[in-house]
Design a protein around this ligand. Structure first.
Ligand code: F6P
Length: 364
């Protein structure tokens, strides 16, 4: 018997939002008719999948959203069906809601689910696949930390925000002879700091993968003083830490798949620089500016290609696969492979070597 044709696709956006999500939704929904498929948009990520909240997506719903930031479906980083927090007698208990997911998947008559998200979303997608659901992944995250793809969409847009912020901070740092410390996102990976810092001409880039030495930072600032450069820009990833010290945390939220909330390292770096070099410092935390607003042209194209490729994968019944950029082509990899390791910045990465060659210090 010929395998059942894929007729109905569910689509959701999981985890933290980022520019390009709407472009992917559009890239899936617009070609759907040509494949004889219809698309159901699941609301608020996996939360909507568990709670049965969704809406039909037609061409008219996705028209005009290519350049729109955020996600028309809503997203959440708290809806893991395998780790569903429930409040009981003032205490949070963790339950498994996969049966609710299966019920909704069947009630909605879905043949496949396209899950757009980062590491957390792909982990959940892998587990849902093991439970018998037909899942296809699309790699999203400003952090760019998924190892099976050369690039996740959203990263370029975040890098653009960091670079333009550094451009602006450059002029004011220079006028006032100050050290400005800019904190960027990225969780446990330093890609945003590396790419944003390089593009914005940072003098010092601090990343989680390479614990830094305080002395080396002071040395670099001093060297610049001797060269007549009385200001410096430090681009620090939220997950960066000094040698022998721990990451700086803002807090914990056990309802999230990863409970740690990172943040605060820029204040520590600025304080230490001021105390040890005598230079006046200021801090800018870019925060969610890096996730908001319109995607760059590069991300619009990449996201559209990812969306169109995901629906093609669905038509070929390539389940358990994630769309992945390999060079300039979109290919597919198994979701299990995609979640095996985080993609971290290696010391021998060409970009790191080039950054060092133009005088950028990594605090080592
Ligand atoms: O994974 C994307 C990301 O923006 C990280 O870089 C950051 O640590 C985290 O999400 C912030 O999450 P929230 O929006 O929940 O504060």
């Amino acid at each position: 018997m010929a395998p059942k044709k894929v007729r109905r696709i569910g689509i959701l956006t999981g985890g933290g939002d980022c520019p390009g999500l709407n472009a992917v939704i559009r890239g899936v929904t617009k070609p759907a008719q040509d494949y004889g498929m219809n698309v159901l948009g699941i609301l608020d990520g996996f939360e909507g999948l568990v709670e049965g909240r969704a809406k039909e997506l037609k061409n008219s719903d996705v028209s005009g959203i290519l350049a729109q930031g955020g996600t028309i479906l809503g997203s959440s980083n708290k809806g893991d069906p395998f780790h569903w927090p429930v409040e009981k007698n003032g205490k949070i208990e963790i339950e498994n809601r996969v049966e609710a997911v299966k019920r909704n998947y069947e009630a909605w008559n879905l043949d496949t689910l396209i899950a757009i998200g980062g590491d957390g979303t792909m982990h959940i997608s892998k587990e849902l696949g093991e439970e018998g659901l037909n899942v296809i992944g699309v790699p999203k995250t400003i952090d760019n930390d998924l190892s099976a793809t050369d690039l996740t969409f959203g990263h370029d847009s975040a890098v653009y925000v960091v670079a333009t912020a550094l451009d602006r901070l450059h002029t004011t740092a220079s006028s006032h002879h100050r050290i400005i410390v800019v904190e960027v996102m990225g969780r446990y990976a330093g890609w945003i700091a590396l790419h944003g810092g390089m593009a914005g001409g940072a003098d010092i880039i601090l990343i989680p993968e390479t614990p830094f030495s305080w002395e080396k930072i002071y040395e670099k600032i001093h060297k610049r003083e001797l060269m007549g450069k009385k200001f410096s820009l430090v681009c620090v990833a939220e997950g960066a830490k000094a040698l022998g010290e721990n990451m700086v945390l803002k807090g914990k939220d056990i309802k999230r798949t990863d409970p740690r909330r990172l943040g605060g390292i820029a204040e520590v770096v600025a304080r230490n620089i001021e105390e040890n070099t005598g230079k006046e410092t200021r801090v800018t935390v870019l925060g969610h500016l890096q996730r908001g607003g319109s995607p760059t042209p590069f991300d619009r194209i990449l996201s559209t290609k990812y969306g169109a490729y995901a629906i093609e994968l669905a038509s070929k019944r390539k389940f358990g696969r994630m769309a992945a950029l390999k060079g300039s082509e979109i290919k597919h990899v198994s979701i299990s492979e995609a979640v095996a390791n985080l993609k971290l910045v290696q010391e021998n990465t060409q970009t790191v070597k080039v950054a060092k060659s133009v005088g950028i210090s990594f605090g080592i």
